[in-house]
Design a protein around this ligand. Structure first.
Ligand code: PBG
Length: 326
């Protein structure tokens, strides 16, 4: 394989040949689009730090869902912004909450689109933490009951998949139990298994109004320096009944995605989080880089690292670009 006999540039010469030998190609089927559902009617409130994204009321979510389906994107993941928050996050399992209403509306009007729901307390608690607070920290076991009730209420409303993102120990087992006890043994769990305590969630917390009012999430989310801990988290989640495991964020953790995909061979999701989105948008707005190319390169890298499913705020833009190329 020595130069001058072997010349790698031969296979890079034309667009056609490059297309023929490419190992990783994106399709809209790879994407899951996160949506923020709020209360009220005809609400479309721009999220400042995430250009092109909005808090939407249920009527507008349905319009959006139709468009998403047309683009060939198979699924959305819903986050709720409730009208009231309290210490216990009791609106998380309100059957008339924005997420529950949105699930029913989408399943009714856009039946072919899969509806995934984020299961977490942070959008519903007045203090912004992912569970019940005891002695200034989140009480793990007390929180499990709330998460189970929240997951059940989403599935009762028609959710196709539930996705716990709180990082409490034992949540997958607790959710699997309550679903099985209520004749929902066919509903998959996509677990945020290796979720790191990350600065890249900043814009999301604006969008979901879920910034912790005191402290941070380092007592439940993972330390960015660790990889073996991610393996242990995934083992636990698989043993507890997770069907899809997730790594989050995506770009700063491509090594973790690859390791988990290789070691477990499970359907692996990666969350290309708000900060990863906003960085590219901000740089592109300033003319510092080509936003479309940076987007496609990032998404390709996440898939190449081993992700089978990519949760991304770029889903629509990327799907539109892919359509144009065809
Ligand atoms: C809820 C949750 C968060 C994200 C998804 N689910 C925020 C957090 O843990 O603070 C972040 C998503 C993103 O940044 O795009 N716990």
């Amino acid at each position: 394989m020595n130069f001058p006999f072997y010349r790698p540039r031969r296979l890079r010469k034309t667009e056609t040949i490059r297309n023929m030998i490419r190992e990783t190609t994106l399709t809209p089927n790879d994407f899951i689009l996160p949506l923020f559902v709020t209360f009220g009617k005809n609400v479309k409130k721009a999220i400042k730090s995430m250009p092109g994204h909005y808090q939407l009321s249920v009527d507008n979510i349905v319009k959006e869902a139709k468009e998403i389906k047309k683009l060939g994107i198979p699924a959305v993941i819903l986050f709720g912004i409730p009208e009231h928050k309290d210490e216990e996050g009791s609106t998380a399992f309100d059957p008339a909450g924005p997420v529950q209403e949105a699930i029913r509306a989408i399943k009714d009007k856009v039946p072919g689109l899969a509806v995934i729901t984020d299961v977490c307390m942070c959008e519903y608690t007045s203090h912004g933490h992912c569970g019940i607070i005891k002695d200034k920290d989140v009480d793990n076991d007390a929180t499990l009951e709330l998460l189970s009730k929240e997951a059940l209420s989403h599935v009762e409303a028609g959710a196709d998949i539930v996705a716990p993102s709180d990082m409490m120990d034992g949540r997958v087992a607790a959710i699997r139990d309550i679903l099985d006890d209520n004749d929902f043994s066919h509903i998959p769990i996509m677990s945020y298994s290796a979720k790191y305590a990350s600065a890249f969630y900043g814009p999301f917390r604006d969008a979901a109004e879920s910034t912790p009012q005191f402290g941070d999430r380092r007592s439940y989310q993972m330390d960015p320096g660790n990889t073996d801990e991610a393996i242990r988290e995934v083992v636990l989640d698989i043993e507890e009944g997770a069907d899809i495991v997730m790594v989050k964020p995506a770009l700063p953790y491509l090594d973790i995605i690859r390791r988990i995909k290789t070691e477990f061979g499970y359907p692996t999701a990666a969350y290309n989080v708000s900060g990863e989105f906003s960085m590219i948008k901000a740089a592109a707005e300033r003319g510092w880089l080509d936003g479309d190319r940076a987007m496609m390169e990032s998404l390709t890298a996440i898939k190449r690292a081993g992700a089978d499913l990519i949760l991304t705020y770029f889903a629509k833009e990327a799907a539109i670009l892919l359509q144009k190329k065809r």
